[in-house]
Ligand binder design. Structure first.
Ligand SMILES: [Zn+2]
Length: 205
């Protein structure tokens, strides 16, 4: 089975959202094109889904401003603006995304005490979301990952897929991703390649 994993293609990460990634909405066209090409047996989407007052929000840490470094669950944590709060428009998938084609949605970031960049497990690597078990049950052999943002949720999702799904070919669709910082994107792509993840263009997917 060949699967496409769409990471956090939500209003919150697109222009106008609370944690907008520059040009983030551009990935919607790439996702829809890949879906409509029909080469994927399964389309999976992750959704950042925070309770109000989540510990990754600067607003939950007195004296911290968005994008400061802070600490959460004993680890360094970027203090984010409030974003993707459950049941708000900011947390909804981008309205142009072909959500009708999504077979499975994996929500993450519900535990207020730890952040979850990866769709597979929390940042402290203890609690798993269960997505790996679900994927194993589907007999997936190739997993293409794309979405927002390259240097955070896409990176950690792809790295966890590589580690937690041995035997599955994991590829990153580079033109289907946008990142928060250019340096962060460059570092992410290096880390992904070093982990054995092919970085490809959507036309080669
Ligand atoms: Zn988040």
């Amino acid at each position: 089975m060949k699967a496409l994993l769409l990471v956090d293609i939500q209003n919150g990460f697109c222009p106008g959202g609370n944690l907008a990634v520059e040009d983030g909405n551009a990935v919607v066209t790439v996702a829809n094109h890949l879906i409509e090409k029909g080469d994927y047996d399964l389309v999976i989407a992750s959704q950042d889904w925070h309770p109000p007052g989540h510990g990754s929000f600067a607003s939950a840490h007195p004296g911290k401003a968005p994008f400061d470094m802070g600490e959460l669950a004993g680890k360094p944590q970027v203090m984010w603006p409030d974003h993707c709060i459950q049941n708000t428009p900011d947390a909804a998938f981008h309205p142009d995304l072909r959500t009708d084609a999504i077979d499975y949605v994996q929500r993450k970031g519900m535990d207020p005490m730890v952040d979850s960049y990866s769709a597979f497990r929390d940042n402290d690597r203890s609690a798993r979301t269960g997505l790996d078990d679900w994927m194993r049950a589907q007999d997936i052999d190739t997993l293409d990952v794309m979405g927002l943002a390259t240097d955070f949720c896409v990176k950690f999702t792809a790295l966890d897929a590589r580690e937690m799904l041995p035997g599955v070919t994991v590829r990153l669709i580079a033109d289907g991703c946008r990142g928060i910082s250019a340096d962060g994107v460059a570092e992410a792509l290096t880390a992904l390649r070093q982990a054995g993840i092919a970085v490809i263009d959507s036309k080669d997917a």
